[in-house]
Structures are given as structure tokens and as C-alpha cells.
Write a protein that binds this ligand. Structure first.
Ligand code: GLN
Length: 549
């Protein structure tokens, strides 16, 4: 049975709990253990799928089609373990399951209460797959003391009691603010946060303290004394130049050792950290730089495209260059006096990422057109592929009013020739999935891993080194094959299709150095130690482009 590490946070949010959990996962793997990471989110949405990227950042999609928190992206990028539906839960999902059971009569007339019914549901979730790995790392979203978080804290407390002694530990992440006037790191907020945690029956075994500087011995001793942890279990998590330094930095601070000590594992297996040494080396010693424009809608919040930013970094690491990504709001290209060329000329490559809704799409198409005409490397992801196809349909194939049904549906009127149409039926393995326009918004897209067959001799087949791939999807609309011949005559090749040949998965321009649109999200599967082939080659093409000018 797995040992459990529960990771909680205090003092303030956004301390990087997800990253700390992911780095701990990587360190336990480096010591030869198998791990799985899990996220418990206190909000009442059933999943983040319906939340705006402005609210919650990117929605991370798993192979099995779950729409999850972006922390699951960190988990995968650091451990390489593919997350599953069962690795992400929210209060919303817990309550909806409990209420469904209540309506079905499963509780046999009992009064339904937070304890035990809600907490039991959470505990059942925690236990899923506990015979598959050595360590299960469970991160609780939010900070201790939040009202919505209480059932989760109560559940992990009970869970640690239900399990044999010594099989569960608690790691608490806090902040040590630096007060300039006194020149000190302050421990009081951490003391209060641990007090709060202990008042609900949880005593942390390991304290991870975010701070701008090393923790002086005096403060470390104070934290240990007042928070009732061992001095060597107070781990300083200083600000890092790159998130990929976290495994080595936290290892040097003794995080993995402290965790193994807390479980009483002796002697601790020696870690093999060469992968992370190589990753850090590549990040810190680039031999060049490429500039990539990301033309999208959710540009104020970088977290909205987290995985794309990370996948670009990975592609850069592979090519030993630094990728400087600039986020450009597509709407600025829609102004009458905007000079798209002047704006985009300084860049070595362009990405139009995924997105929803019509706003900014005319601007995105201008970026796609610029990349096509000026032979600048272009990667269109999901909506970015649809933009590339509509741009070609309008400007090369001269299909009048080419557009996407998505925009007509949003506007409630018919204005476009649907080159991109609403997908109502597709195959999932041997099963036919059906959808209607009026379906709920939550969880009804074509979600998760689907296979695609690549055309022999195409650019993508060369990049992948195979003609059969599996990638993750999250879309509701699809390029219509009705226009395939017309578009291919103009040079836009349909180089990847669903295995049944019905759904376009990849398009590419024949006479262009690098112009690829993909209906899926390759960024979700990229890892620092295993950069995604498309991002590897895209950055290589950007590098080539940078040498041209
Ligand atoms: N809005 C488009 C669709 O639903 C694209 C989705 C996306 O980019 N993830 O098909």
C-alpha cells in the first residue's frame, strides 16, 4: 500500500505548492520509488473546465479526458507520470456525487452530513490506486483556514488515522516575509498557520518555507521550536531562476531526506539526479535566443497558456537556446491602422494557441496570414489550426464568408460558411459519442487522448518519426473535410486524420519552411527531459529563421 504525503499551504496562496509537490515527486522517483500526484481543490465547480482561463489559468487535460487544474501539468512535467481523472477532485465533484447518491437512496434514509458522508467520499477518492505506487502525494488547494477547505483537511486527518501508524505524513508550505526595516525574515505568520493546522488535528512533519533568502539558523531553530518540527525538517524554498531548478534546490535543502526520515525509512536509497542536472544545465547555459510571438486572447495572465510556455522552454532546452515568448493580444491586429507586419517582423516564429469565442479571431487570422505569406514558422494549436484553415479558405481558396460555426452560435445568427463546424458525432474507440449544440457546457467537448494517422512523407510524420500518434484534445468544433480538396489544391495538406479518416487532426503547408496546425494540444505532453517533437522542431525552425534575418 502507498505511503501518503499530504501537502498543505498556509499564510498566502500562490506559494508554489504544486511545484513543491511535483519536485518532491521527482526527488522520490530519483531515489527509485514510484509516485502518483493528486490534487484536491476546495472550490465548488465540478471541475475547472467551465472556468475562464482568467480565473483559474489553463485547463490541463488528461489522457482519460479529465479537465483539471494546471498543477496536474506540473506533476506530469516533473514526474512523467500521466495524470488520470482520479487524480483531481473538487468540492463541487464531491458534493455532486454525494447528492446523486442521496437521490438514488444509497444512504438508506440517513441524514447526510459533511462528516462522515462528504469526508468519506474524499477518503474513498484518496484511496483509489493506493496499491499501484510507493508514494501518493496529495496536494490540498487553497490555504489552511479557508472555509471551503475544511472538509478536505478533516478528511486527510481521518485518513491518516485510518491507515497504519507512520504511513501518512504532512508537509506544510508557508511564507517567511522579509521585513526590510528590521532586515529580518519573519516566522510569526508561519507559526500562526501551523497553529491553525494543529487546531484541526494536523501536525506537520515537514515545513517548507518560501523565502527570498536562506533561513538563518536562529529563525530555523525558532520555527522548529514553535511549530514542533525537527530543525532539519525546516526546508528553505528560496526563489529560483527556473522552476526546473526546484528538484535540485529542494534536494540540497534536504526535502526528500526529511520526508523519508518522517516515514522512518532507513537507510534512504541514494538519489540519481543526473536527469535534473542535465535539465538545469540546459536551462542555464543556452547558446542562443529565439523570439516567439504568441498571438492569443488570454494574454494578461500567463498561466492561461502555462503548458505552451513550458513546452517552448523544453523545445529551447533541446536546441540549447533560450526561447523568449511574447504574448500579444490578437485584438490589436484588428484595428484599422494596425501594421501587422511591423509588429510581427521582429519574431522568429509565431504561435496561435487554443481559445474559445470569436473575440480576437480576425486578428489571429492576420497573424496566420502573415506567417504563411512571409514564410515565418507557424504553429497553430486547436483554435490556432482552425484559424489557419479559415484564413486559407478565405484568402487562397476564396470560399466566401469562410468562418467557424462557433462564432455563429455565440452571436446567435448565421454569418459564416462553416469551414469549421460543430462536431456532433465521433468515435471513441469502438463507441460512437454524440453531442447536440444545446448540451451542457461542462465536460461535453471531445476530450482526452485520441489517435491520429499521419500521412507518409509529410513534415509531421518526419517530425514524429512515426505515422501513428496519440495526442490530447479539448474542442467542440472541427474542420470540415468537405473543403479538403479545395484547400489541398491551394497547398494546405491534411497530413493527419483520425484513424477513421473523418476528422482532420493536422494541416501543413507544402511550400513553407514550417507551417503546421494541430487540432490537439501537444504542449500538454511535453516534459523538460522529453521535449515534445513538435516543439523541438518548431524551436529548431525558429532558430533557422533567426539566422536568416
Ligand atoms: N473553440 C474551439 C473549439 O471548441 C477551439 C478549442 C481550443 O482551442 N481548445 O473547437
Amino acid at each position: 500500500m502507498a505511503r501518503y504525503v499530504f501537502i498543505t499551504g498556509g499564510v498566502v496562496s500562490s506559494l508554489g505548492k504544486g511545484l513543491a509537490s511535483a519536485a518532491l515527486g521527482a526527488l522520490l522517483q530519483a531515489r527509485g520509488y514510484s509516485v502518483r500526484l493528486r490534487k484536491l481543490d476546495p472550490y465548488l465547480n465540478v471541475d475547472p473546465g467551465t472556468m475562464s482561463p482568467f480565473e483559474h489559468g489553463e485547463v490541463f487535460v488528461t489522457d482519460d479526458g479529465a479537465e483539471t487544474d494546471l498543477d496536474l501539468g506540473h506533476y506530469e512535467r516533473f514526474t512523467g507520470v500521466a495524470a488520470r481523472q482520479s487524480d483531481s477532485i473538487s468540492s463541487g465533484r464531491v458534493y455532486s456525487t454525494v447528492l446523486e447518491k442521496e437521490r438514488r437512496g444509497d444512504y438508506l434514509g440517513k441524514t447526510i452530513q459533511v462528516i462522515p458522508h462528504v469526508t468519506n467520499e474524499i477518503k474513498d477518492f484518496l484511496a483509489i490506486g493506493d496499491d499501484e505506487v510507493d508514494f501518493m502525494l496529495c496536494e490540498i488547494g487553497g490555504t489552511v483556514g479557508d472555509i471551503e477547505g475544511l472538509p478536505f483537511f478533516e478528511a486527510i486527518r481521518q485518513f491518516s488515522q485510518d491507515r497504519p501508524r507512520g504511513e501518512c505524513i504532512f508537509m506544510h508550505l508557508t511564507l517567511l516575509p522579509f521585513i526590510k526595516a528590521s532586515g529580518e525574515l519573519k516566522t510569526k505568520p508561519t507559526q500562526h498557520s501551523v497553529k491553525e493546522l494543529r487546531s484541526i488535528g494536523i501536525a506537520p512533519d515537514v515545513l517548507v518555507c518560501r523565502s527570498e533568502m536562506p533561513i538563518p539558523e536562529k529563525e530555523r531553530a525558532k520555527l522548529a521550536l514553535f511549530c514542533n518540527v525537527r530543525p532539519d525538517s525546516v526546508i528553505a524554498a528560496q526563489d529560483l531562476a527556473s522552476i526546473y531548478d526546484a528538484p535540485l534546490a529542494y534536494h540540497n535543502e534536504g526535502m526528500d531526506q526529511a520526508v523519508l526520515d518522517a516515514f522512518g525509512i532507513k537507510p534512504a536509497p541514494k538519489p540519481k539526479l543526473d536527469v535534473w542536472e542535465d535539465v538545469s544545465d540546459r536551462i542555464h547555459h543556452p547558446e542562443g535566443v529565439v523570439n516567439v510571438a504568441i498571438v492569443g486572447k488570454y494574454t494578461q495572465l500567463e498561466d492561461a497558456y502555462k503548458s505552451i510556455a513550458e513546452a517552448l522552454t523544453h523545445g529551447g532546452m533541446f536546441n540549447r537556446v533560450k526561447v523568449k515568448a511574447e504574448w500579444i493580444d490578437a485584438e490589436i491586429f484588428e484595428k484599422d491602422d494596425s501594421d501587422v507586419a511591423a509588429y510581427l517582423e521582429p519574431f522568429d516564429a509565431i504561435i496561435v494557441p487554443g481559445g474559445f469565442g470569436e473575440r480576437g479571431t480576425e486578428g489571429k487570422m492576420k497573424a496566420a496570414q502573415f506567417a504563411r505569406e512571409r514564410k515565418v514558422p507557424y504553429l497553430g494549436i486547436c483554435l490556432g489550426m482552425q484559424m489557419a484553415v479559415i484564413e486559407a479558405a478565405r484568402n487562397l481558396a476564396h470560399i466566401k464568408d469562410a468562418g467557424s460555426e462557433e462564432f455563429d452560435h455565440e452571436a446567435g445568427q448565421k454569418r459564416f460558411t462553416p469551414v469549421v463546424y460543430h462536431l456532433k458525432e465521433w468515435m471513441e474507440g469502438n463507441r460512437t459519442v454524440q453531442r447536440a449544440v444545446s448540451d451542457d457546457k461542462g465536460g461535453t467537448m471531445r476530450l482526452g487522448a485520441y489517435n491520429a494517422t499521419l500521412k507518409e512523407g509529410s513534415r509531421v510524420a518526419k517530425i514524429y518519426g512515426t505515422t501513428s500518434i496519440s495526442e490530447r484534445h479539448r474542442h467542440r468544433y472541427e474542420v470540415d473535410t468537405k473543403y479538403r480538396d479545395q484547400l489541398e489544391k491551394c497547398g494546405l495538406i491534411f497530413s493527419g486524420m483520425s484513424p477513421d479518416g473523418r476528422l482532420p487532426e493536422i494541416v501543413e503547408f507544402k511550400d513553407h519552411p514550417w507551417y503546421i496546425g494541430v487540432q490537439f494540444h501537444p504542449e500538454l505532453k511535453s516534459k523538460p527531459f522529453e521535449p515534445h517533437p513538435l516543439f523541438r522542431d518548431f524551436v529548431r525552425a525558429a532558430l533557422e529563421q533567426s539566422r536568416l534575418v
